[in-house]
Design a protein around this ligand. Sequence first.
Ligand SMILES: [Zn+2]
Length: 71
Amino acid sequence: MEISKSWITITCPKCSYSMDAQLIQAKLEETIICHNCKVNIELKDSTASVHNSLRDIDNALNDLNKLFKNL
Ligand SMILES: [Zn+2]
């Protein structure tokens, strides 16, 4: 399962335009350009929740692995 290739929706802080980005881009703290108003959006600041959800997924996978080992 390639979690980092999942798509997330980014909302432009300036014009509220919604666009898609890949989770890996947020993880790598890439800057994307709004398709509507052309402002630079640093995925770093606005996507702290992305990091949190990625960590949650990691934890869930670790729990699953432990479960399988105990079987
Ligand atoms: Zn915009």
